[in-house]
Write a protein that binds this ligand. Structure first.
Ligand code: ATP
Length: 264
């Protein structure tokens, strides 16, 4: 599904600020893999997601999505394969538009059809059904402007939008980090539900080790532009935070230094 072959990313090459953020990193995801990504500050987690999304081109290596080489494909063109949710609840939705209009825009992505001719009754019914699965009561408020929703409600709507067209790959970049713990847990539950329902291949960055362990079928841990741990199957199911720190120390040759991730 996703094949990342020996990609490197150098920021500010040839300057004093030169930074090798990804160092010949390879990663293959199978269809339906739900991978949690964890690592210290500056490990390269967001850079990996940005490389896959095409925010800029990688300095070396190649990226294939479903056997299509997207290495030199623009971010705009690549978007048709991807669903994305960022940390900031303000980013994924249009605040001045209704929930229904936001969902309609997402469902018309990649087509010539705009909102000009309105939203059909059938579409509205479909959106209501989708919103019902969130269990937030939003199905009764579908014309409410998204700007009036809470951060958690907005992230839940963004998740629906990102998954509406069943993307080849869902990229979640700490999408619950800005939410209070209770709301974060609810949005994670919704994530799990959507990913499972549509068998979406997913990369989810989290700063929280417990969440990284509790969700998905596979966990990767990054350090210094490398993947230092890749744990799946029964080994992942049995994993504890202590195991993870111990394995990280062995693999990276240093203690994991991020209290927020350990205690969160
Ligand atoms: N656009 C950029 N320009 C210059 N340097 C960058 C850029 N983006 C990332 N970096 C650098 O690349 C390294 C990896 O950053 P990245 O954001 O991928 O880390 P991360 O693992 O997501 O960390 P965090 O948990 O702190 O978000 C860092 O040293 C960062 O400063």
């Amino acid at each position: 599904m996703l094949k990342v072959n020996e990609i490197s990313k150098v920021f500010n090459p040839g300057t004093v600020n030169e930074k090798l953020a990804l160092d010949r990193l390879s990663l293959t995801l199978n269809e339906g893999d739900f991978v949690t990504v964890i690592g210290g500050n500056g490990a390269g987690k967001s850079t990996l997601l940005n490389a896959v999304a095409g925010t800029w081109y990688v300095s070396a290596g190649s990226i294939l999505i479903d056997d299509v080489d997207v290495t030199r494909m623009s971010e705009h063109k690549r978007a048709k394969y991807l669903g994305r949710v960022f940390q900031d609840p303000m980013m994924g939705t249009a605040a001045t538009m209704g929930i229904d209009e936001n969902l309609a825009l997402a469902s018309r992505r990649g087509t010539m059809r705009g909102l000009g001719r309105g939203i059909t009754h059938k579409e509205r019914e479909h959106y209501k059904e989708l919103l019902e699965t969130l269990d937030l009561g939003l199905e009764n408020r579908i014309t409410t402007k998204v700007g009036l929703l809470s951060g958690g409600q907005r992230q839940a709507v963004t998740l629906l939008m990102a998954s509406l067209k069943k993307p080849k790959l869902l990229l979640l970049d700490e999408h619950t980090a800005a939410l209070d713990p209770k709301t974060a847990a609810k949005v994670l539950e919704t994530t799990e539900q959507i990913v499972r329902r549509d068998n979406l291949t997913t990369l989810m960055i989290t700063h929280n080790m417990r969440d990284a362990i509790a969700h998905g079928n596979r966990l990767i841990m990054m350090d210094n532009g490398h993947i230092v741990l890749d744990i799946s199957g029964d080994e992942k199911k049995k994993l504890t935070v202590d195991d993870l720190m111990e394995k990280f120390a062995v693999a990276a040759g240093q203690e994991f230094d991020n209290d927020q991730a350990i205690l969160g």
